[in-house]
Design a protein. Structure first.
Length: 500
């Protein structure tokens, strides 16, 4: 079978000492940033982008991917032990996980989270391996008009699923598109929106925007809040589940895995959406629904399986279509561009060892995470006690050094600081920065495909409606926008994000 030969190629690429080392390093860093409240995979990957310049492409992507799905594991540790989710996708885990910990069942909750996540991650890896190739084959049939419509759908999805005001989300997407225009126009050779700064002739570096908005901006925002950590000082024990526990978690893990795998593929989906949806469904279908909120083991198993499955299947649209389904995938696309790789369906045919090596590395990563999370629980508990005000100077220094190393230019450091201030202002205005980042990444590609489509059609805009694939994608974008603009749904959406 073709899939077996592809997985064999991926195994050969991933199963080297160097790549296994970077996989282990990635999941270790991911677990650590998931454990430490105030950090997260977005800020961490943004800060580590400069460090990937000297790495082979496959090693760089394996490490960054490990940080992402490793953070899903680490976030559950703080959610269970401290009632303070290290990751937004672990908010739901805290509801029942912390209650289990208060009852002396912290070990059981941590084991449930680790085993559920391992199973979901392993299944999601198979889903990626099965569904990515046919999707990439379909994408190879896309023309410029189809790609333009696909990216439009991705931007609309970012608006629909962004938390906070819809108007803010739309504004952030448009701002991202405008920032992507800064630099020299590839067709005319004219400089655009550079304000006579020669440093902007090549445009704004993706690394500067990401590190400013998610690195510096997050630091300043987190320093505003007083830290309240009600750490359970009891020794964590009882990491083994009994037969009754296994019976209770099997169905929730299976349902969470299926739902997370599906939602992770959708543009704008991912781990957070999957965990919330899984918990809601489980609360309705579980025979032990009355225990939810008071320490139900199902309330830990389902969302943990869902968020890990969603985190890994979100790689499918990124790898096959070059479309980021969430901010982390936008950073991954940025890492690919930095490595000289054009994201999209051509990656599978031009660099199959990278494509399949990344997929197979996810299985190794999930295996490493089980080993890291359960036996080393004492280390993660100690990390939780580190005050955030002792971490931020090192983070700030690392960001400055990383950005300066791009071009050895002070201008880049000042620009990062400006974006950091802007990121803080966005947080105060409840304007999520993720849609801006997606717009910034997609903007140049959107413009290029728009120009190509109009050039091939001799300037006829009907080309976007005459092609079936393009018309279908635009229709889906219009329907999604119309539905979310309906007053009833908008009110429910705002309530849901407020509860979050």
């Amino acid at each position: 079978m073709e899939i077996l030969s592809n997985l064999s190629l991926g195994f050969e690429a991933a199963f080297t000492l160097t790549n296994l080392m970077y996989c282990l390093l990635g999941v270790f860093i991911g677990t650590a940033v998931g454990v430490l409240p105030g950090l997260g995979p977005i800020a961490t990957i943004a800060m580590l982008l400069p460090a990937t310049f000297g790495l082979p492409p496959i090693a760089a992507l394996i490490m960054l991917a490990g940080i992402y799905y490793g953070a899903q594991y680490g976030g559950s540790t703080t959610a269970i032990l401290v009632n303070l989710p290290g990751e937004s996708s672990s908010v739901v885990t805290a509801i029942d996980g912390y209650q289990m910990a208060r009852k002396g069942q912290a070990g059981k909750a941590l084991a449930t989270a680790a085993l559920g996540s391992f199973f979901a991650g392993s299944v999601a890896t198979i889903v990626v391996a099965c569904f990515a190739p046919p999707l990439a084959d379909l994408a190879l049939k896309f023309g410029p008009a189809d790609y333009f419509s696909l990216m439009t759908l991705g931007l609309v999805a970012a608006v629909v699923l962004a938390s906070g005001s819809l108007l803010n989300a739309v504004g952030m997407v448009i701002l991202g598109l405008l920032l992507g225009l800064i630099g020299t126009d590839v067709n005319s050779g004219q400089q655009r929106y550079t304000f006579d700064f020669p440093e902007l002739a090549d445009g704004i570096s993706f690394v500067i925007v990401a590190m400013g908005m998610f690195g510096i901006g997050e630091i300043v925002r987190n320093l505003e809040h007083d830290e309240e950590r009600h750490l359970l000082m009891k020794k964590v024990s009882g990491l083994m589940l009994n037969k009754e526990d296994f019976k209770r978690i099997v169905a929730p893990v299976l349902r969470g895995t299926a739902l997370g795998s599906l939602l992770g593929i959708l543009p704008g989906g991912g781990a957070m959406l999957a965990s919330f949806a899984s918990y809601s469904i489980e609360k309705k279908v579980s025979p032990n629904s009355k225990e939810f909120g008071h320490g139900a083991i199902e309330g830990v198993a389902a969302p943990e399986a869902a968020n890990n499955a969603g985190a890994q299947t979100s790689f499918i649209p990124m790898l096959t279509l070059g479309i980021p389904s969430n901010p982390v995938m936008a950073l991954m696309i940025g890492a690919m561009i930095i490595q000289g790789i054009t994201p999209g369906p051509a990656v599978m045919t031009e660099k199959p060892e990278l494509f399949w090596g990344l997929i197979v590395s996810m299985w190794f990563g999930n295996l490493f995470l089980v080993v890291l999370n359960l036996p080393m629980i004492g280390l993660w508990v100690k990390m939780i006690t580190v005050p955030y005000h002792r971490l931020f100077p090192a983070i700030l220094l690392f960001c400055a050094i990383g950005v300066f190393s791009l071009n050895n230019a002070q201008f880049d450091v000042w620009l990062m600081a400006i974006f950091g201030l802007f990121g803080y202002i966005c947080a105060k205005l409840d304007a999520e920065p993720a849609p801006m980042l997606l717009g910034f990444i997609i903007g140049p590609m959107l413009e290029e495909y728009l120009r190509r489509a109009l050039l091939l059609s001799h300037g006829d805009p009907m080309v976007f409606l005459n092609r079936p694939i393009s018309a279908t994608l635009l229709a889906l974008a219009a329907i999604a926008l119309a539905v979310v603009l309906s007053p009833a749904l908008r009110k429910k959406r705002e309530e849901a994000f407020h509860e979050e």
